[in-house]
Design a protein around this ligand. Structure first.
Ligand SMILES: [Zn+2]
Length: 179
């Protein structure tokens, strides 16, 4: 009889342990869950008005445009068509035509890429954290289609102090014929 009582006690202890184990992860799980909401969403295809498959982009863009705009490539310095362009007008996204930069904010940075101190509007471009090549940089993508344009640095002229360093091949130019 005594033997049965001991087995009963052991089963009770067993239950108590199982309940404890089950309740512990619930608490820490809740705390960990709140952390995940702080995660920065760096996905390129999320939240952009214009969405196309990579196959569709390949049909629209030249291979060199595709390499820079969709695969985040960089054209060689001093080789682009716009770094020396001084005409008045608007620079638009080569992939979707979204207005990006005005010639009024373009300046000579000496970098060999077209440089601007401000985009046309707050929503014309989107900024993403770029940690490739062991550097922490801010990537500039088109606000409408998410295509890669270049990077922004903090060594630009006033009034913003920003240098939007953009690949010519990511841009098209709409000349202002009224000026
Ligand atoms: Zn675009």
């Amino acid at each position: 009889m005594k033997k049965y009582i001991w087995i009963f006690v052991l089963i009770l202890i067993g239950f108590a342990l199982v309940c404890n184990i089950n309740s512990t992860p619930k608490v820490s799980g809740g705390l960990m869950g709140s952390d995940s909401t702080k995660k920065i969403n760096n996905s390129e295809s999320d939240g952009f008005e214009i969405k196309k498959s990579e196959e569709e982009w390949k049909q629209i863009l030249t291979p060199e445009q595709y390499r820079v705009l969709r695969e985040k490539g960089t054209e060689r310095a001093f080789t682009g068509k716009f770094y020396k362009n001084h005409e008045t007008g608007i620079y638009v996204c080569a992939a979707c035509g979204n207005e990006l930069f005005s010639s009024e904010t373009k300046y000579e940075s000496g970098s060999g890429w077209p440089s601007y101190w401000e985009p046309v509007s707050e929503n014309s471009v989107k900024l993403l954290e770029d940690t490739s090549y062991g550097m922490i940089r801010t990537e500039v993508v088109c606000g409408k289609c998410g295509s890669h344009l270049g990077h922004v640095f903090d060594d630009g002229p006033q009034p913003t102090g920003k240098r939007y360093c953009i690949n010519s091949i990511s841009l098209d130019f709409k000349k202002d014929s009224t000026k």
